[in-house]
Design a protein around this ligand. Sequence first.
Ligand code: AMP
Length: 193
Amino acid sequence: MVNLVIFGAPGSGKGTQSERLIEEYGLYHISTGEVLRDHIARGTELGVIADSFISKGHLIPDDLMVSILADLLDSNPDTAKGVIFDGFPRTINQAKELKKMLAERNSKVHAVIGLEVDDEELIDRLIKRGQESGRADDNLETIKQRLNVYHSQTSPLRDYYINEDKYLSIKGSGSIDEIFDNIRKAVNYKLNR
Ligand code: AMP
């Protein structure tokens, strides 16, 4: 049983590499961004609140995000077999809460895969994704805001997980296969150590 976090800036390839990791390790996928977009599409109360933050490129408040995550863990029994956390945690506070939530379930984060891509490439990728998928927050103004938020609130998690001896630094540019190969080697090395 293994719990992985895939970590990186918007556009770093978290969703794409998560799909490969699910196949490789038989993991349950929790993408908080997808969960929130689904609520927005269905017009739920949570969706209305989420949209007011997402459309501005801001983070959803920690307490709300943590309660969403606890519900996801409790309502999906398959999560006990191992999860890939994609888009969560995004703040140090969320990382601490995740540690607590997993400890309460006799579990832990085994490794954090950090996809590292420079800002220029991220902006190019996100603009392209916006044109192809029509994702509302993939427009230049919101992209810039999301990158600011990433650098100020999310990137400190890198040091947090380095201190916890869980961080695997992965070059996030190159072909999807090449990147996945590096991830798999790093994760297997970490799990067998
Ligand atoms: P993503 O699909 O992971 O890029 O997430 C899209 C948007 O959803 C983000 O820009 C945030 O507004 C919101 N979001 C997703 N996950 C979180 C989280 N863990 N904490 C706060 N906001 C989040």
